[in-house]
Design a protein around this ligand. Sequence first.
Ligand code: HEC
Ligand code: HEC
Length: 503
Amino acid sequence: MSYPFWDVPIGYGVLMAVIAVFHVFVSHFAIGGGLYLVVSEQLARKAGDSPRLEFLEKLSRFFVLVTLVAGALTGVGIWFIIGLIAPTATEALIHNYVWGWATEWTFFVVEIAAAMIYFYGWKTMTPRAHMAVGWVYFVFAWLSLFIINGIITFMLTPGQWLATGDFWDGFFNPTFWASLVLRTGVCVMLAGLYALLVASRYQAGEFKERTVRYTAGWGVVGLAVTALCQYWYWKAIPAAVVAKALQTMPTPIHSIEYSVWLAAGIGALLVVFGVLAPRRLSMAAAALLMVLGLAWFGAFEWFRESIRKPYVITGYIYGNGVELAKTASYKKDGYLAQVVYRTGDDGADLFRHACRSCHTLDGYKALKPVFDGTDRAFIAAIIRSAHLLKGNMPPFLGTAAEADKIADYLSQRLDKRPLAEIYKLEGVELGRKAYELRCGKCHVIGAASDKSKSFAGQSADDLNNMLNMAADLGAGMPAYTGAATERGALVSFLAQLGKGAKK
Ligand code: HEC
Ligand code: HEC
């Protein structure tokens, strides 16, 4: 917490995703493109295929100019943004991997130089020298992936590093190889998708047919490698992390589901156009393939980022920048004692440092709608019990007085009207809403910590008594502080829930 907090109106997660997904897309393109160009050039030269060589020269303009420029810009953009939103984690990555980064930057310089020579050398260099430079471009691009892959995978699965602090333990961590082969597959697939887009603009004819066929092959091979590795990657994540995600974390699980559907869509289109109707590949279909590819990659990265919750570096730093090693001193002295840059408004500062890195008030992962119509005592209890809530959040390590200050800060910004009025609901429907806000944060119906069975066969009086004793039902469960109308509605809803559970 020795860094100031950066206030932005939108969520940190969204901001990061926009830049990072674009960057990974472009940078994987550049690597796969290098391989596609040099392998295809070699084949085309051997076959004396000059239309193919012309096509490749055209293609190299995009790969070299666009991907390198956009890749370099967004790459710097990522450093800029992670330094602002996760300074503690960025510091840890730099300290532990300074030689890794230095090596990667050196490889990147070689990659750029080789790519430019390759692009400008089509007409002036001997074929042999040109292809040699092409290989240098691809190999160094791939080597920079090799290095970055070690550091990115370390964040999710630091493995032995947590105990040894050894560079190589962190680098060759449990998900390193699965992720490396997966990303290599992605590079090949994306290179194929882009080359298809360029090929789709050609007149339907013999050249288009064989080029689309050949290039779709790249897409299919890349996709197959990727799909197999996604399973391998999933298996390489420690079982405890996966189990927790399946129980309480909707986001990563949905991301996996989307990615499977997207991969099926990409595969189907590649087969249709690559095998059955290569001459009919239109620009629209090729563009759709690109969009699906981008969406697939986005879903995978979203999975990787979200399954890491509540950490930014698993087992080492929480998503809000709190280092696990400092847990004891937080618990003893509270958050504010650790916050160096303070604004004078303690509630706001506490909210920023404990919650704001993942939540906004009313935008991304908004807290306003999940607290509107509740009360300050309830909010404070929820904050103290953050570790019990669905979503796998970091524990609240501040003092009880600090939880009250955040609750004050939040409750001043909420809709204070009764629930019935805010949502225009009554009866069981009002009860359902009350459940969602006051119980569903911990007891998700049909999933984590479902309590429906406990309500079976209970009379309204029993249920009312249960609510009276709410704070005693479990360590960390809030007292019931809702108003009378809402309570009556909640009791009817619980009774209904109990009946459903009995069947
Ligand atoms: C490391 C990220 C992170 C931090 C820090 C964090 N949360 Fe969360 N929180 C989540 C995620 C993820 C969920 C699950 C919601 C989802 O996936 O849509 C969640 C869910 C919640 C929910 C339940 C939402 C609902 O649907 O009822 C509440 C309430 C909440 N957080 C409050 C807080 C408060 C208050 C703080 C600060 C004390 C905080 N969170 C800090 C990530 C975080
Ligand atoms: C902050 C998290 C949290 C919230 C919110 C919460 N509970 Fe609980 N609840 C717990 C914990 C923890 C336990 C004890 C451990 C267990 O039984 O899972 C518990 C236990 C219970 C039990 C007893 C367990 C049993 O098997 O009989 C019932 C019933 C229950 N809760 C109902 C509710 C209802 C109704 C609400 C909403 C008014 C609610 N809880 C809100 C955390 C919570």
